[in-house]
Design a protein around this ligand. Structure first.
Ligand SMILES: Cc1cc2nc3c(=O)[nH]c(=O)nc-3n(C[C@H](O)[C@H](O)[C@H](O)COP(=O)(O)OP(=O)(O)OC[C@H]3O[C@@H](n4cnc5c(N)ncnc54)[C@H](O)[C@@H]3O)c2cc1C
Length: 352
């Protein structure tokens, strides 16, 4: 069987690797122009979050993210641990409302047997050296990792090259015209144009890349996710600094330029958490588009007898990439799609 994977972001590459390992002949088609939207995988912070993304009431997403973290244990054996930039996550808050919110999330997670530890201000500061005076306390999540998004893409491409899976730089405009027995639709925000009615909408977000100046404090060794007066910001370690993210707008779909206000908010909030970032270099500002769905869950399942969707991962595409590869392989081996992910049960339009 020859499978074409349309899309060469973290999801398409992960699916291609899983399918190739199970003996299928695979070709990846990737537009690679970044037009009209840069691939989300090229801007992502790379947090492999479950607790950090937990929202009370989102039980289905929570259990998927937990499984996603387990799948990463297996994926790291292929990609190598060098792609990991942090092993743990600390969630911190700056005022009473932030701390109450973190406490609510911590209770919700603890009820679902997620492991975490609620700590006061002094302990939070020990875990995040250089943390600002406004930090009032936090939640420590051991084992909630982050990866370097670019290193992951490079490692996946390397594994595919070793497995003789070609990555063809070509835009696909018609899935019916793709020369393959089966097709995996993994085109991120581009998926909607290829299967109208799928229900994918772009959610814009900005990240800043800060590199450490010569005399600046070293970056944190864990992911730091903060609420600053209710506004979320995160700091994700990189070898030479930190990625600060991320804003989130539903509008602005066609505009790849970062917004001034979003960048100012991120910088202000990041320096509230870690004042020493003032000494860092502003190495880059990027905007990207998350492939969002109405309920925040990805679409993983058959669209018809030939095309299978692996898209709509929203803000969690890295966290769910390894699991998505495994689920796609299981579908090709004959498994049923999970009802909560099955696009034929979920989406409103189209022909499936
Ligand atoms: C600011 C920001 C921060 C984020 N941080 C995190 C994070 O910390 N953790 C996390 O888990 N997730 C994060 N995400 C989300 C994550 O980046 C995405 O969910 C994930 O990258 C989606 O991957 P994808 O492969 O589906 O899509 P993409 O990475 O967008 O890749 C799709 C690919 O398909 C190609 N394509 C599109 N149309 C066509 C076509 N017609 N023909 C051929 N090729 C086509 C594109 O060129 C692209 O290469 C973040 C996203 C943003 C924007």
């Amino acid at each position: 069987m020859h499978v074409a994977v349309v899309g060469g972001g973290v999801i398409g590459l992960s699916c291609a690797l899983a399918l190739s390992e199970s003996g299928r002949r695979v070709t990846v088609f990737d537009d690679a122009t970044g037009d009209p939207m840069p691939p989300a995988s090229s801007v992502a912070g790379g947090m492999l979050a479950a607790v950090g993304e937990a929202r009370t009431g989102e039980d289905a997403l929570w259990s998927l993210l937990r499984r996603g973290a387990d799948a990463w244990d297996r994926q790291l054996r292929r990609l190598g641990s060098e792609v990991v930039t942090a092993d743990d996550t600390v969630l911190v808050g700056t005022d009473t409302a932030d701390i109450e919110h973190l406490g609510t999330v911590a209770d919700w997670v603890a009820e679902r047997s997620g492991t975490l530890e609620v700590v006061g201000a002094a302990a939070a500061r020990r875990l995040v050296p250089g943390a600002g005076p406004r930090i009032r306390g936090g939640v420590v999540v051991k084992g909630e990792r982050a990866v370097d998004n670019s290193l992951v893409i490079d490692a996946l491409r390397r594994c595919l090259e070793e497995a003789a899976v070609p990555i063809v730089r070509r835009r696909v405009d018609d899935l019916g015209a793709v020369d393959a027995d089966r097709v995996v639709l993994a085109a991120g925000c581009g998926s909607e144009a290829l299967w109208p009615g799928l229900g994918i909408h772009p959610v814009k977000g900005e990240v800043l890349r800060l590199s450490r100046g010569r005399y600046a404090l070293p970056p944190p060794t864990c992911v730091v996710r903060a609420l600053v007066n209710g506004r979320p910001v995160y700091l994700v370690p990189r070898a030479d600094g930190v990625v600060v993210g991320a804003t989130s707008y539903d509008g602005d779909a066609g505009d790849p330029q970062p917004q001034v206000g979003g960048v100012v908010d991120l910088l202000t909030d990041a320096m509230t958490v870690l004042p020493g970032l003032r000494e860092y270099r502003l190495a880059g500002i990027q905007a990207g588009f998350r492939p969002g769905t109405a309920d925040g869950l990805p679409l993983i399942g058959a669209l018809d007898d030939r095309v299978v969707a692996a898209t709509g991962h929203g803000r969690n595409g890295f966290a769910l990439a390894a699991l998505t590869g495994e689920l796609i392989r299981e579908l090709f081996d004959g498994a049923e799609a999970a009802p909560e992910l099955d696009p034929r049960r979920r989406y409103q339009g189209g022909t499936a």
